[in-house]
Design a binder for this molecule. Structure first.
Ligand code: TXA
Ligand code: MG
Length: 314
C-alpha cells in the first residue's frame, strides 16, 4: 500500500487537506495524525472493519482496547450508556486535553474498539488538526499511538513514517507534538475512580475535582487496563536509569566498551517531550546502551518515570 503524507500547518490546518484525510477515514481507511500528546493512528470508531485494520497495521495484541477520540461533547451520548456526574466534572475541567475517561459503553461501540470489554475509553484532544479531522470525518475516531506495537510512541511525523509507511493510507505531518507522552487514563467504572496510566494531568490535579486512587499493578495477569501488561516504549538499545551525575559517570565508565548515549534533561517538560524521540534516534545511530538520568517520581514526573521504567524493562 502506498502511504500518502499530507503536510499541514498545525496552527492553521488547511481545510482542503483535512477534508482529503477525512475522506479516507469515512471510507474505512487509516490516517495517522498528531495530537497534543503523541501521534495517533485513526479509524472510524463506529466501523468494525476499519478498526480491525488498526490492530493489523500496528501488530497490536487483540486484547488491548483503543481510545475513542471526539471533537464535541455531544458525540459522547451515543458512545456510553450513561455519563457519570464525575465524568462531567472532569470533562469541564480538562477537555479538550490529555485526559482519557473510561465509562460504561453503549451498544453502538463495536467490540473491536473495546476488545469485548463493557467499558470504552474516550478523549477529546486539544490539537487543532485532530479536532478538525474528527469533525470533518463526522464520526468519532478510534486511535492508539501510531507506533508499531512495543516501540516508543511517535512524537514527530518522521517516526510515524518509519513505523507505518506502506501499512496505512495516510500520515498527516503536523510537526512536533507538545507533550510527548500519552494521556492520563482514568477509570470511572470503579469507585473511587482509578488512574490506570499516569500522564500530564496528575493525580493532584484530579483530586481537586473528584476522589481518585492510583491503580497498583499487583495483579499483572488481570490488569485493569489490558495495555499495561505488554512490554512498551522500548528502543532496541538497553536502558539503564541513574539518579545522579556521579552514577551516570560510574555506569558509563563500567560500560566503556559499549556505544553509550547519555540522556539528561533540564526540565520535566523537555524530558517528556524528547525522551521517546531520543530513544528512537539512539537506535538509528546504533547505540547499544542508553543511560538516562531520572526525575522525581511524583506529579508529572510519575508519568515520565512510568514510561522510562517500562522502556527499561524494570
Ligand atoms: O495520548 C494518548 O492517549 C494517545 C493519543 C493518540 O490519544 N493514545 C494512546 O493510545 O496512547 P494507546 O492505545 O497507545 O493507549 C491506550 C491505553 C491502553 O493502555 C489501553 O489498554 C487503555 O488505554 N484502554 C483503552 N480502553 C480501555 C478500557 N475500556 N478499559 C481499560 N483500559 C483501556
Ligand atoms: Mg500506545
Amino acid at each position: 500500500m502506498k502511504t500518502k503524507v499530507i503536510k499541514l500547518n498545525p496552527k492553521k490546518p488547511e481545510v482542503s487537506k483535512i477534508k482529503e484525510a477525512a475522506e479516507i477515514i469515512k471510507s474505512g481507511g487509516l490516517v495517522a495524525f498528531p495530537t497534543e500528546t503523541v501521534y495517533g493512528l485513526g479509524a472510524n470508531a463506529l466501523d468494525d472493519d476499519a478498526v480491525k485494520k488498526i490492530f493489523l497495521a500496528k501488530g497490536r495484541p487483540q486484547d488491548n482496547p483503543l481510545i475513542v477520540h471526539v471533537s464535541n461533547i455531544n458525540q459522547i451520548d451515543s458512545l456510553v450508556s450513561l455519563i457519570p456526574e464525575n465524568a462531567k466534572k472532569l470533562m469541564k475541567k480538562f477537555w479538550p486535553g490529555p485526559l482519557t475517561i473510561i465509562m460504561e459503553k453503549s451498544s453502538k461501540v463495536p467490540s473491536a474498539v473495546t476488545c469485548g470489554l463493557d467499558s470504552v475509553a474516550i478523549r477529546m484532544p486539544k490539537y487543532k488538526i485532530a479536532l478538525d479531522l474528527i469533525s470533518q470525518s463526522k464520526c468519532p475516531i478510534a486511535a492508539p499511538s501510531a507506533n508499531l506495537s512495543g516501540k516508543p510512541s511517535p512524537t514527530i511525523a518522521e517516526h510515524v513514517i518509519d513505523d507505518m509507511s506502506g501499512r496505512i493510507d495516510c500520515i498527516i505531518d503536523g510537526g512536533d507534538v507538545h507533550i510527548g507522552l500519552e494521556s492520563t487514563v482514568i477509570d470511572l467504572t470503579h469507585t473511587p475512580a482509578l488512574i490506570l496510566r499516569p500522564g500530564k494531568i496528575t493525580k493532584k490535579q484530579i483530586e481537586k475535582i473528584i476522589p481518585v486512587e492510583e491503580h497498583k499493578h499487583e495483579n499483572i495477569d488481570k490488569p485493569k487496563s489490558p495495555g499495561m501488561k505488554y512490554k512498551h516504549y522500548s528502543p532496541k538499545a538497553k536502558i539503564i536509569i541513574v539518579e545522579s551525575e556521579k552514577e551516570l559517570k560510574d555506569v558509563s565508565k563500567k560500560n566503556s566498551s559499549k556505544k553509550i548515549k547519555q540522556l539528561r534533561y533540564l526540565t520535566k517538560t523537555s524530558m517528556a517531550k524528547k525522551m521517546f524521540r531520543d530513544f528512537r534516534e539512539a537506535d538509528k545511530q546504533g547505540f547499544d546502551l542508553i543511560i538516562v538520568k531520572s526525575v522525581a517520581d511524583k506529579e508529572f514526573g510519575r508519568a515520565i518515570m512510568d514510561r522510562l521504567k517500562k522502556a527499561s524493562g524494570s
